[in-house]
Ligand binder design. Structure first.
Ligand code: NAP
Length: 251
């Protein structure tokens, strides 16, 4: 018998061409899941993740879909059904973060983040629903410590993650009778491509976060992936509606 925790399972990881999503995809695959590696524009990144997984004997396919567009959310699950026929695990990871002081917030900045981080996440959960088998499954939403922290200059982004926490609570109640568990992972600051693009690497913000972190460092993507494997597997079979803050102790 396989000792892999996710043998025979199918996982969809949104935004898995880099950063936290790529690490989660690889860790789920290492436990035996067939993984749909979603990306929006980074085909090379997604292909590399797929090649790493298949090169280690795992199963994965890359599927392009811009999840801020409802019709492309539908496409992601049509392709998933074609590739693997079902969904056991959905990791709603795709997200963008743009830091701006209140004076520079406008409707475009708001909608860019809400259309993906909240609407995309809700619609992905909806489209995945008919593909979960009768024995249920696991939805893992990637929120952030910002949902409860007080970071100046992150009003719209923090609002998206507060919404993700709320969506998780509601859907855990709504989907419990179908044995679908819904939890969030709320990472602290993690060094990813997006973290560098946003100019956070080496910034005063990074120094301030490190100073407030009991474990004294920011995270790496693999610091998050282990928790995703736990929440995807039957090791967490009686856990739903919970928030897992993974931040080196930073609040
Ligand atoms: P990242 O390095 O910027 O990677 C983002 C991923 O999302 C990429 O695979 C990207 O694919 C994909 N993506 C972006 N826009 C998309 C769209 N419209 N449709 C589908 N996929 C899209 O980000 P990250 O730092 O790993 O963050 C991942 C998640 O963790 C986000 O939800 C973020 O809010 C959360 N988080 C991050 C941190 C942190 O410090 N890094 C902390 C807490 C929470 P393409 O390259 O193809 O666009």
């Amino acid at each position: 018998m396989s000792t892999q925790k996710l043998a025979g399972k199918v996982a969809v990881v949104t935004g898995a061409s880099k950063g936290i999503g790529a690490s989660i995809a690889k860790h789920l695959a290492a436990e035996g899941a067939a993984v749909v590696v979603n990306y929006s524009s980074s085909k090379a990144g997604a292909d590399k993740v797929v090649a790493e997984i298949t090169g280690s004997g795992g199963k994965a396919v890359a599927v392009q879909a811009d999840l801020s567009k409802p019709e492309e959310v539908t496409k992601l699950f049509t392709e998933t059904k074609k590739a693997y026929g079902k969904v056991d695990v959905l990791v709603n990871n795709a997200g963008i973060y743009e830091m701006r002081p209140l004076e520079q917030v406008d409707a475009d900045h708001f909608h860019r983040q809400f259309d993906l981080n909240v609407l995309g996440l809700i619609l992905a959960s909806k489209e995945a629903l008919p593909l979960f088998p009768s024995e249920g499954g696991s939805v893992i939403n990637i929120s952030s410590v910002v949902s409860t922290a007080r970071f100046p200059g992150s009003v719209a982004y923090s609002a998206t993650k507060g919404a993700v926490d709320a969506v998780t609570r509601v859907l855990s109640a709504e989907l419990g009778s179908r044995k679908i568990r819904v939890n969030t992972i709320n990472p602290g600051m993690v060094e990813t491509e997006g973290f560098h693009t946003a100019g956070i690497g080496g910034s005063e913000m990074q120094t301030a976060v490190e100073a407030q972190t009991p474990l004294g460092r920011i995270g790496q993507p693999q610091d998050i992936a282990g928790a995703a494997v736990f929440l995807a597997s039957s090791d967490s079979s009686w856990i739903t509606g919970e928030t897992f803050v993974i931040s080196g102790g930073m609040r």
